[in-house]
Design a protein around this ligand. Sequence first.
Ligand code: CU
Length: 312
Amino acid sequence: MGMLKRATGAAVAAIAAAGYGAAARAADLLGQPTPGAWDMQPGAAPLRYQQMFFHNYILFPITTAIAVFVALLLIWCVFRFNKKANPEPARFSHNTPIEIVWTVVPVLILMFIAIFSFKLLYAFHDMPPPDVTVKATGNQWYWTYEYPDLKIAEYTSNILPEDKAGPTLYRLAADNPMVVPVNKVVRVETTGADVIHSWTVPAFGVKIDAIPGKMNQTWFKADRVGTYYGQCSELCGINHAFMPIEVKVVTQPEFDAWVASKGGGAAAAASSAPAASSAAAVASASVSSAPAASSAPAASAAPAASSAPAAH
Ligand SMILES: [Cu+2]
């Protein structure tokens, strides 16, 4: 079973990556809906490719087959067993073999779906060690973002007005987007300041409620640089449609520069780790070594840095 599971997983991942990579959907806009398009927008995260594979090659064919089968059955019954065609109706009320079949077959179908569905659920649940943590708070009606490990204070991300966003991006674009590095594990912690909101970015396959008094978390690993849009997906009041989510995925050096421009820094996070050696403190203080310091914590200092906020 374990081997079968692993083999299935590897096959799904390979097909999904091939089918939903950059080349396959080049015509569609990245990170946003494409006017006139009919399929899901292109994905930009490994688990999103698996979600799309699951939908397009597992769920969709099964639901289509069931819908067609039931429709044909209905049509057949209507014509074959109406009063005119079948004036003398049968009197029996049970048929054991067919009852066994219509119980067992749906169970088998659900078990087949569960193989893929549970694999994905667990993949989303089992977050790898995060490289960046962002706290996203839903407010009526805007998002605020905070990077506790990087000492970036909470800032507000408001909707970009229509004249600045343009017709296509209006209600998708925000003035101060969330910014994250490419190919890094980003942990998103969500909470609500007033009512329940939902932080959603389709290209990453992420949708998680932001609930007052509760901290939810999810994660994604964007594999392409770009700008990705989403919308609050929990009906939260009159301006629910006007609190967009914009995520800029940039290279690590660009991210470091952005962090510095926000007054934060990986160096600050590293030096806040308990009992950091004086050598590390000196290194983090030096401007030239900052990029090195920021890439290093991914392997070594990340657990220490992520545990740091608990001390506040
Ligand atoms: Cu909302």
